[in-house]
Design a protein around this ligand. Structure first.
Ligand SMILES: [Zn+2]
Length: 252
């Protein structure tokens, strides 16, 4: 599956080009204003060029650029900042050349990295939005916030958080156990969310999360939320009915 390995663009060379979902209207896209892109090399980095052992990969840059929502009625303005370095690539003649490579480290307001259905409970949405904010500086923390949003989703679905053990004591249920309980009723959704739990666990233990895994579980989570909170079947029925109505009206 091609989309499973798709990552969310966090790096760029030369100038920013990627577009992201506007967090304000969720309809338009944040488009980078190329002229707003500025980068500079701080003094400490420039000074190091004089050292004998200096190498181009010591170079540190700082950058900023502005993105504006292309939905005219919205026009949200978001600011991205980050760091850069110099890397080598091969041109069409197979000659090595140096180029600037940048990594976005913060984005405000943070773009939506995936669509979330309108009817998603607010607490779940807020944690997903927190995850979108954390994605830029800290992928592990972003995965952890996503895992927390899954816990809250299970609360909303009235799945127990605790159980009474043999000694009559209340014990907290692990997320894994809660998913198993959910799976007794809705196996398909619960099984999909196991992947989210795995990635979230890596985040909470401080282990490295791979960007493609984060992007993958976001996609899965969005799919599950749409299944749970947006009645697509109803919408499709309405769409079909409106098309038929339109066609009939034209025939008259
Ligand atoms: Zn917008």
């Amino acid at each position: 599956m091609k989309s499973a390995s798709r990552t969310i663009p966090r790096y760029f060379s030369d100038k920013p080009t990627a577009r992201y979902i506007c967090p304000e209207c969720k309809d338009g896209q944040l488009v980078p204003l190329k002229d707003s892109f500025e980068f500079e090399e701080p003094k400490y980095s420039k000074q190091a060029h004089g050292l004998e052992e200096w190498d181009p990969d010591w170079i540190d840059y700082r950058f900023i650029f502005k993105s504006v929502c292309n939905n005219e009625a919205c026009g949200e303005v978001a600011i991205a900042t980050g760091s850069g370095s110099v890397d080598q690539r091969y041109d069409s003649e197979h000659e090595a050349e140096y180029y600037e490579r940048f990594q976005i480290q913060s984005f405000f307001p943070a773009p939506y990295l995936i669509e979330i259905p309108e009817a998603t409970p607010l607490e779940v949405r807020e944690l997903i939005e927190k995850s979108f904010t954390l994605f830029w500086p800290d992928l592990g923390a972003a995965s952890n916030a996503l895992r927390a949003s899954l816990e809250v989703l299970l609360d909303k679905l009235k799945l127990p958080r605790t159980m009474i053990d043999k000694k009559d004591k209340e014990q907290r249920l692990s997320l894994h156990r809660r998913l198993e309980i959910w799976g007794e009723k809705e196996k398909e959704h619960a099984d999909l969310c196991l992947a989210l739990k795995e990635v979230g666990n890596l985040g909470s233990h401080g282990d490295d999360v791979q960007p493609k895994h984060y992007a993958g579980v976001l996609k899965i989570f969005s799919h599950v939320l749409f299944q749970l909170f947006e009645n697509n079947a109803e919408e499709m029925k309405k769409l079909a009915a409106s098309i038929q109505k339109d066609i009939k009206a034209k025939k008259k």
